[in-house]
Design a protein around this ligand. Structure first.
Ligand code: MG
Length: 207
């Protein structure tokens, strides 16, 4: 299985990092060893002094497909979850400045906390999903997938041009504005809005 991530998918977030709004989705990947399940803690990596959270909606792929056509794109999604795309912002900036790939800043062990997946049928407004990330009990990011620059359909169509989608693959769909640093001792909590209210999907303490 693979973990596909989309960058700069909310214009306010692109602006807060002084990035241009992209013409095509920005795609990168993390290996399965990046996943952090069951709300396990993340141990602050020694190679960075600027560990940042990025709260994101994650799509789970339910069937295999290549060159998916737009009218069928949403049918490839079986589950929805909450994930954090942890980023070593200092290393990422160095990579970007040098024009180098940024895996060491994005794909390190534990850089992808992931919640349990909820069947897509439980979201009556799909593909619109509202979500929040709280840090130490305070909301720091609020987002809705309807504000994504590239919709869920756009992402599925684009990614499947290059990579065969396979059952069980995960797609991190990008983060809204409000990203920021964490310190040892901080606690992050990810929420998704359901018809009966906000549901806590994930927590991650920095140790
Ligand atoms: Mg991200």
């Amino acid at each position: 299985m693979k973990i596909i991530c989309i960058g700069r998918n909310y214009s306010e977030h692109a602006r807060e990092l002084n990035n241009a709004v992209p013409e095509d989705p920005i795609v990168f990947m993390k290996p399965p060893s990046a996943l952090l399940v069951s709300s396990k803690p993340l141990y602050y990596p020694e190679f960075t002094t600027a560990l940042h959270y990025e709260g994101e909606i994650v799509l789970q792929i339910g069937k295999n497909g290549r060159h998916v056509q737009p009218e069928f794109a949403e049918s490839y999604i079986s589950g929805i979850g909450f994930g954090i795309d942890f980023t070593a912002r200092d290393l990422q900036q160095q990579c970007k400045t040098k024009g180098l790939p940024w895996e060491i800043a994005k794909a390190f062990d534990g850089s992808a906390p992931i919640s349990d997946m909820v069947p897509v049928e439980e979201f009556p407004d799909f593909p619109e999903i509202a979500f929040e990330l709280h840090k130490n009990g305070t909301p720091v990011q609020t987002g809705n997938t309807k504000d994504m620059l590239f919709s869920i359909t756009d992402i599925i169509v684009y990614v499947s041009r290059f990579f065969k989608l396979q059952m069980g693959d995960l797609i991190y769909t990008g983060t809204p504005a409000g990203v920021g640093p964490v310190q040892i001792g901080d606690k992050l909590e990810g929420f998704i809005r359901f018809p009966d209210g906000l549901r806590k999907m994930l927590e991650c303490e920095i140790k």
